[in-house]
Ligand binder design. Structure first.
Ligand code: FAD
Length: 362
């Protein structure tokens, strides 16, 4: 049996490990703290359409191809573990002023031109938005409904993938890898998220800090919205992702190296912006504030491809690593079989030339 080391046990590494083991590989995950990175912190939106913007066609195509795979992937997880990871079926982006409303029209047009027909967005007027989500602030003036854009509970996903790995005999090594050269395996998948360049210097991925809140519903408070709600408040992006027991409020975005301390200003802005969109959130319990490092690349597409004859990169998923899990799995399994998945070609790390392939300058 051919041996595979997966370095990093976040959603990317554990999903790859599970599916590679199912495909016949003898797999070991190396991670001193599996599931504790960005995958644990995230909001869980699967939002390539609402995040689309002119000029970012390849990111939209990559995200839409992964979104299309999510129902089947989630069904496989549910069949294996009994865990259903979906928490919302739709996304509603709302506009608070005329500039936001114009942006929604731009997104709708761009997605209309570039995404498959199954992923059309619908512009809503003030009354339609109010009818869809009655708890929204009266200042909301327009909306954009993505009826094919769901969200998952990323923490349920982390736990479910761990169970999936256990079931198919993936070995867990609770240790940090210092260098991939010392791993005595036939193939290696580098899935260390924002830290990937530490093991492969020059790899075009850097940490971008994000703070996020978890609010718990309290008896008597209005219930959470049924959909994911997105908005821009004072120029800052905001999203509200429903959970069984409340809502996730995200997220700030800073260049701060690997710092994951939660700042007072971050929490203050998130709460103020969230209340500007959904006033009743002030009645919820502030259950948790956390921060993580998004693994970001210069062009917001991930890095999935061969780094040399043995090592495959599966990192750089930025703001969309939960979304990107199913397509990444398919792309990595293809690479392990010495094939290339056409839908993931745009993510080939070769597009950046800051490191050399074939045993380059590590
Ligand atoms: C605030 C925030 C909100 C987000 N919201 C969303 C969202 O709504 N939707 C979405 O799709 N994405 C979202 N993301 C992005 C998403 O979380 C990431 O893209 C995704 O989790 C990356 O997964 P990963 O497995 O590559 O990395 P991680 O989850 O960070 O896992 C990397 C793992 O590698 C391990 N590791 C590191 N170095 C080593 C080493 N030397 N040896 C062994 N192991 C090592 C770490 O311990 C860690 O467990 C969000 C991110 C943040 C921070």
């Amino acid at each position: 049996m051919r041996t595979l080391a997966v370095v990093g046990g976040g959603v990317i590494g554990s999903a790859v490990a599970w599916c590679a083991a199912e495909a016949g590989w003898d797999v070991t995950i190396f991670d001193p703290a599996p599931g504790s990175g960005a995958s644990w912190v995230a909001g869980g939106m699967l939002a390539p359409l609402s995040e689309a913007w002119p000029g970012e066609g390849e990111a939209l195509e990559f995200g839409a191809a992964s979104l299309d795979r999510w129902p089947r992937f989630a069904a496989r997880i549910e069949a294996a573990t009994g865990i259903s990871v979906f928490v919302a079926a739709e996304t509603l982006t709302v506009a608070l002023d005329a500039a936001d409303a114009a942006d929604l029209r731009t997104i709708a047009e761009f997605v209309g031109e570039h995404a498959p027909l199954t992923h059309r967005l619908r512009l809503l007027n003030r009354a339609e938005v109010r009818a869809a989500e009655s708890g929204l602030a009266r200042t909301v003036r327009a909306g954009l409904l993505a009826s094919t854009e769901p969200a998952v509970d990323n923490r349920l996903l982390v736990g479910a993938l761990r169970q999936c790995c256990e079931q198919v005999g993936v070995h867990m090594a609770a240790e940090a890898v210092e260098t991939v050269d010392n791993l005595d395996f036939d193939r290696v998948v580098l899935a260390t998220g924002a830290a990937a360049a530490r093991l492969w210097p020059g790899l075009a991925v850097r940490p971008v800090k994000g703070e996020i809140l978890r609010l718990r519903h309290r008896p008597g408070a209005p219930p959470p919205p049924r959909r994911v709600i997105r908005a821009r408040v004072h120029g800052r992006p905001l999203y509200l992702v429903p959970r069984g027991d409340g809502i996730v409020v995200g997220a700030t975005q800073y260049e701060a190296g690997f710092d994951t301390a939660v700042t007072v200003a971050g929490v203050r802005d998130l709460i103020a912006d969230a209340e500007a969109v959904l006033p009743a959130l002030g009645e919820y319990e502030l259950a948790e504030a956390s921060a993580g490092s998004r693994p970001v690349t210069p062009d917001n597409l991930p890095l999935i491809g061969r780094l040399d004859d043995r090592v495959v990169a599966a990192t750089g998923h930025g703001r969309n690593g939960i979304l990107g899990v199913p397509l990444t799995v398919d792309a990595v399994l293809a690479l392990l079989a010495d094939e290339v998945l056409s839908e993931a070609k745009a993510a080939d790390p070769e597009r950046f030339s800051t490191y050399s392939l074939s045993g380059g300058s590590r």
